[in-house]
Write a protein that binds this ligand. Structure first.
Ligand code: NDP
Length: 433
């Protein structure tokens, strides 16, 4: 805290990880202390901060802050998304980069952890303004990335359009056609099933949990927050698996639709028109629209927070438990506050943390890197079946790690331990670097 006083989310993430690693640390304390392993694993390899000047449609120069935190490359090139949102600070990117290290380790694939972004707000900008920003951002970023160095991807505010502009500028600056970004368009090296991967992966891991407990999605009620990439495909897969999803939300309001969310309509409103959820409600007689937040007040069997960090608070967890929730699985990164997580776990609710539950996106990104290296494209079914196998492995690995340290069914501990052990072992083998 003394070293980084203005980074509360980073402290929250580090504290959560270190607390749950207590049994592993205690078993190796003298050794880790001598190696300063915990100090090294919580300090990024490199933090890059830069100015991003661009010209808006009025001819006025705008200036944003650009960030790339290359956190840890012990097990593979840095990998993690670029977040474009006005709330982005170095602390946000650091917390996300730190989480990414363990998440990427859990995917079973050889990728290190990093994260980047800017306080640029893509909302309300023209395509030309978005392109101007992306080109300026890449004009600095390209010096620090490469297919064997650091491979950024999308995140909040960075979708297919932004990745396209970023890739175009990288190619122009480097004169090289290489897999330096993932989430690319299908005509230039993108992977089938990447768009669906995080949301689908979330449902695959919950399904794995349910199977392990002789249960299934059939007839279950599911609540989802968010109406972005993760939320939309989580809703789609939940319904395919036999559940009814009754909520969706965005940054201004939320929908309760007792008939079940109409995914085609939601895609039309959010992916095509980029409009507010009021448009969904206007086109769907069964739906109620409410201003503000409130998704977690709805009675549900399975709650899937898929919007943003710290969006499920203690009071929400209390309501969910009072309403009989069975499973909470994080589609977003750290959407559940620490107090809410503790409360859910104390009440024996199955809680699948984001670093395991939303790892499907980065897993398929790593598969995109493999396809780029091979100069081949796999079919949707091929990628989707690999994704299912990866999510099943993640579930088995985190369950086993939790059991090994006497924390049966504590998936937070299981995910942190399984992710940590692999990175820590690789760091030790590589010496003091
Ligand atoms: P999108 O930008 O596509 O969607 C984000 C959604 O959350 C939007 O509906 C947005 O509302 C809403 N939202 C954003 N900020 C807030 C807020 N402060 N309060 C309430 N709602 C908010 O992002 P993604 O779906 O890609 O990402 C969602 C989360 O999942 C993030 O935490 C991201 O880091 C994480 N994640 C994403 C992965 C991916 O593959 N996309 C992979 C792993 C994790 P509005 O429509 O009004 O903007």
């Amino acid at each position: 805290v003394d070293q980084n006083p203005a980074q509360p989310e980073f402290h929250q993430a580090v504290k959560e990880v270190l607390d749950s690693l207590r049994p592993v640390i205690e078993a190796n304390e003298a050794h880790y202390r001598k190696e300063a392993l915990l100090e090294r694993i919580t300090t990024p390899d490199r933090q890059i901060l830069f100015r991003v000047p661009w010209v808006d449609d009025q001819g006025q120069v705008q200036v944003n802050n650009g960030f790339r935190v290359q956190f840890n490359n012990a097990i593979g090139p840095y990998k993690g998304g670029l977040r474009l949102h006005p709330s982005v600070t170095l602390g946000t990117i650091k917390f996300l980069g730190f989480e990414q290290v363990f998440k990427n380790s859990l995917t079973t694939l050889p990728i290190g952890g990093g994260k980047g972004g800017s306080d640029f707000d893509p909302k309300g900008k023209s395509d030309r303004e978005i392109m101007a920003f992306c080109q300026s951002f890449m004009t600095e970023l390209y010096k620090h990335i490469g297919p064997n160095v650091d491979v950024p991807a999308g995140d909040i505010g960075t979708g297919a359009r932004e990745i396209g502009y970023l890739y175009g500028q990288y190619k122009r600056l480097r004169t090289a056609y290489e897999g330096v970004l993932t989430g690319k368009g299908l005509t230039f090296g993108g992977s089938l099933a990447r768009t669906e991967a995080t949301g689908y992966g979330l449902l695959y891991i919950v399904n794995e949990y349910l199977k392990d407990h002789n249960d299934s999605f059939t007839g279950k009620t599911v609540t989802v927050s968010g109406a972005g990439n993760v939320a939309i495909y989580a809703i789609e897969k939940a319904q395919e698996l036999g559940a009814k999803v009754v909520t969706t939300s965005d940054s201004t309001g939320w929908i309760y639709d007792p008939e079940g969310i109409d995914v085609a309509l939601l895609k039309e409103v959010k992916e095509v028109k980029r409009a507010r959820l009021t448009e969904y409600a206007a086109a769907r007689p069964s739906a109620e629209y409410h201003e503000g937040r409130g998704v977690w007040s709805v009675k549900t069997d399975i709650a899937l927070p898929c919007a943003t960090q710290n969006e499920l608070h203690l009071e929400d967890a209390q309501t969910l438990v009072a309403n009989g929730v069975q499973v909470v699985a994080e589609g977003a990164n750290m959407p559940t506050t620490r107090e809410a997580t503790d409360f859910l776990q104390e009440n024996k609710i199955a809680f699948l943390p984001g670093k395991a539950a939303n790892a499907g996106g980065v897993a398929v990104s790593a598969l995109e890197m493999s396809q780029n290296s091979e100069r081949l494209s796999w079919t949707f079914e091929e990628v989707d079946s690999k994704l299912q196998a990866i999510m099943a492995d993640i579930y088995q690995n985190i369950s086993a790690a939790a059991k090994k340290y006497g924390k049966d069914e504590d998936y937070v501990a299981g995910a942190n331990i399984a992710g940590f052990e692999k990175v820590a072992n690789a760091m030790e083998a590589q010496g003091i670097v």
